[in-house]
Write a protein that binds this ligand. Structure first.
Ligand SMILES: C[S@@+](CC[C@H](N)C(=O)[O-])C[C@H]1O[C@@H](n2cnc3c(N)ncnc32)[C@H](O)[C@@H]1O
Length: 241
C-alpha cells in the first residue's frame, strides 16, 4: 500500500503526524526490515504506516505491537483500522493488563526467542517504564537493528491536557519537569556499548545496534572464571589424593 493511501485513511486520528508516518514508512521500505516491535499503538496509526511499507515492498514480515487492554475500546481500534486498510496479516497486537514490560517478559521467554529489526518506543514516556523497557527490547533487537524513540522532548509539565494533569500530580516537581525519555536516551542508550549512529531530529531519537557490547563480554568473563575455578578444584582434588 502506498504512503498516500495510509495518510488518507488515517487522517484525523491521533497521535502520529503524516510527516512522522513518512519517516517510519521510508525506513521500513528502504531497509532490510521485516520484523518490527512497537511499544504503544493507540489507534494503530504508526503500525499501519510500517505495515503498509512491508506490504508495498512485497516482503513477509510482522509488526508486533503492544499496548494496554483498554486500547480495544478506542474507535477505531487497531483491529478495525488494519481490517479497513487490508493490513491485518502484517499486524499482531498484544495487550498488556498493566504494562508492556510484562508482555516483553513473555516475548523473552519464548523458545525460540523472537528477534526484531526495528524497535519503536512510543508508549509511557517515563523513566521507570521505558528505561527498563529499553533493556528488555535490547535483548530482542537484532544486531544492526534500528531503535527509535518518540517524543524525547516531552515532559509531564509541558503537557497542557487537563486530563493528563490529573495523573501527573503524584510525581515530584523534578519528575514532572524532566524530559524523561531524553534521559533514557542520554544515560542508557548512548552509554550502552552496543549502540551507535545516534541522531535526534524533530523530537525523535534514533540509534542503531552496531556492536555486541557488554552482555557477551560478561558472558565470556563468566565462562573464563568458571574454567579457572574448575581447574583449581581439579588441582586441589589431585593434590589431596
Ligand atoms: C502516543 S500513544 C501511541 C501512538 C502510536 N504509536 C501512533 O503513533 O499511532 C501511546 C500509547 O502507549 C500506551 N501506553 C502507555 N504506557 C503504557 C504501558 N505502560 N504499557 C502499555 N501501553 C502503554 C498508551 O495506552 C497509548 O495508547
Amino acid at each position: 500500500m502506498k504512503f498516500s493511501e495510509v495518510e488518507e485513511k488515517t487522517k484525523g486520528l491521533r497521535w502520529l503526524s503524516a510527516a512522522q508516518g513518512k519517516i517510519l514508512y521510508d525506513l521500513v521500505y528502504e531497509n532490510d526490515i521485516e520484523n518490527v516491535l512497537e511499544l504503544g499503538f493507540f489507534h494503530g496509526v504508526s503500525a499501519m504506516y510500517m505495515a503498509a511499507a512491508l506490504q508495498e515492498k512485497g516482503k513477509a514480515g510482522m509488526i508486533t505491537t503492544l499496548d494496554k487492554t483498554n486500547a480495544k475500546e478506542l474507535k477505531p481500534n487497531i483491529d478495525d483500522l488494519s481490517a479497513e486498510l487490508g493490513l491485518s496479516s502484517f499486524i499482531k497486537p498484544l495487550y498488556a493488563h498493566d504494562c508492556y514490560t510484562w508482555e516483553l517478559l513473555r516475548l523473552l521467554d519464548l523458545n525460540p526467542r523472537p528477534s526484531f529489526d526495528l524497535v519503536f518506543i512510543d508508549g509511557a514516556h517515563l523513566w521507570k517504564t521505558d528505561g527498563f523497557a529499553f533493556f528488555l527490547c535490547d535483548k530482542l533487537l537484532a544486531e544492526n537493528g534500528y531503535l527509535i524513540m518518540d517524543d524525547i522532548g516531552w515532559s509531564m509539565a509541558k503537557n497542557a491536557d487537563p486530563k493528563s494533569k490529573e495523573w501527573t500530580k503524584k510525581y515530584s516537581d523534578e519528575e514532572q519537569s524532566t524530559n524523561q525519555l531524553q534521559k533514557v536516551f542520554d544515560l542508557l542508550v548512548k552509554e550502552h556499548p552496543s549502540y551507535g549512529d545516534f541522531r535526534v531530529e524533530d523530537g525523535w531519537a534514533f540509534a542503531r545496534k552496531t556492536g555486541a557490547g557488554t552482555p557477551n563480554t560478561i558472558k565470556e568473563s563468566v565462562k573464563v572464571k568458571t574454567v579457572l575455578v574448575t581447574r583449581e578444584m581439579l588441582k586441589m582434588t589431585l593434590n589431596n589424593q
